[in-house]
Design a protein around this ligand. Structure first.
Ligand SMILES: NC(=O)C1=CN([C@@H]2O[C@H](COP(=O)(O)OP(=O)(O)OC[C@H]3O[C@@H](n4cnc5c(N)ncnc54)[C@H](OP(=O)(O)O)[C@@H]3O)[C@@H](O)[C@H]2O)C=CC1
Ligand SMILES: CC(C)(CO)C(=O)C(=O)O
Length: 306
């Protein structure tokens, strides 16, 4: 099965690297600078699950139009529009597309551009980042990639993919309710990225003070209310469940948004918190803490653009 991964960054590089390490037919669709880096250093993974130096096939958007069976989109939301068009030459009617972005808004755009049946739901849990030399550094043991047909169908094609994704050093999991899992992850990530970015701190020192916990809970609650008003398929008691998940995280756990802030890099504020605020406005939901988080991120964006 031919697998294409757009973006050899923290997420695409990690999960694509694990498939490649197992011996799957993986190609990375990259831009010039990353291609040079991969040719020079290889795809370097530094991980609690085992380091690796791999030598992947790479292509650039203009260098080929060969077809692929599965295409992962592993880009930041602010590069989504370009990425959607960049993968077009490699897509055939049988190709399945698996986006790995945080958030939910991109699903509408993708399902409108391609045939909705060929866009699966997808998401991942991993704490990874690129160092200055382009090596992928995984900073905790968490690593799971979840995918599934948008309406939960378990087709022969999806079963074949599940087989191909099995037996790697990481976890690929087929979900029969990917929409719900993506909304749950969206709740988790907007809260965790929002609070860690606002406080410029890993989760431990925030979570382990009474005041900090109260803010985390308030943010979870505001976002849950928005999602409920939108009739998103979230479970009752989801905030309590997510607080329990948060409890289990190591104190030094950081969101990828906080890591990007620390690097002075671009962030996905509009895609994550901003989209929720649009929904809040639509349904008349009061969200004072989410608004503060978003404003804080927009001020950061203004400062890095000057
Ligand atoms: N990092 C993490 O721990 C986690 C991240 N996520 C989510 O995963 C998504 C990806 O994040 P992450 O991997 O960290 O981001 P990175 O910035 O590390 O990687 C994104 C990659 O996409 C590449 N890219 C963008 N546009 C194109 C294009 N048109 N053609 C080729 N390559 C392109 C970039 O290449 P270039 O270098 O050329 O710009 C970059 O290497 C985000 O939505 C994020 O929120 C989810 C879970 C965990
Ligand atoms: C919270 C975490 C690490 C889980 O994968 C994440 O998605 C992110 O930081 O972007």
């Amino acid at each position: 099965m031919k697998i294409l991964i757009l973006g050899a960054g923290a997420v695409g590089g990690y999960f694509g690297g694990r498939l490649l390490e197992k011996g799957e037919d993986v190609t990375f669709l990259v831009r010039e600078k990353r291609q040079d880096q991969l040719h020079k250093n290889g795809l370097v993974l530094k991980s609690p699950h085992g380091d690796a130096v791999l030598h992947p096939k790479t292509i650039q958007s203009t260098s080929s139009d060969e077809p692929f069976d599965v295409v992962f989109l592993a880009t930041k939301a602010y590069h989504l529009d370009g990425a959607i068009k960049t993968i077009e030459p490699f897509i055939r009617e049988y190709t399945l597309i698996i986006p790995l972005l945080n958030g939910i808004e991109h699903m509408e755009e993708l399902r409108a551009y391609y045939s909705p049946e060929q866009v699966l739901g997808g998401m991942c849990f991993v704490e990874s980042t690129l160092d200055r030399d382009g090596a992928i550094i995984q900073t905790s043991e968490m690593h799971e990639l979840v995918f599934g047909d948008w309406n939960g169908h378990r087709t022969e094609q999806i079963k074949a993919i599940e087989q191909v994704f099995s037996g790697t050093k990481t976890n690929f999991r087929l979900s029969e309710n990917i929409q719900q899992e993506m909304w749950h992850k969206y709740l988790f990530i907007t809260t965790v990225s929002g609070i860690t970015s606002l406080m410029r701190s890993p989760i431990g020192p925030i979570r382990d003070t009474l005041e900090g916990r109260t803010y985390i809970q308030q943010l979870f609650e505001e976002i849950r209310l928005i999602m409920e008003s939108h009739r998103a398929p979230i479970l009752d008691g989801i905030v309590e469940k997510q607080m329990q998940i948060l409890e289990k995280q190591a104190p030094q756990m950081k969101s990828s948004m906080l890591r990007d802030l620390e690097k002075g890099a671009s962030i996905e504020a509009d895609h994550l918190q901003g989209y929720l605020l649009l929904l809040a406005e639509r349904y008349g939901v009061e969200t004072p803490l989410l608004r503060l988080v978003y404003q804080h991120l927009k001020v950061y964006e203004k400062n890095i653009s000057v």
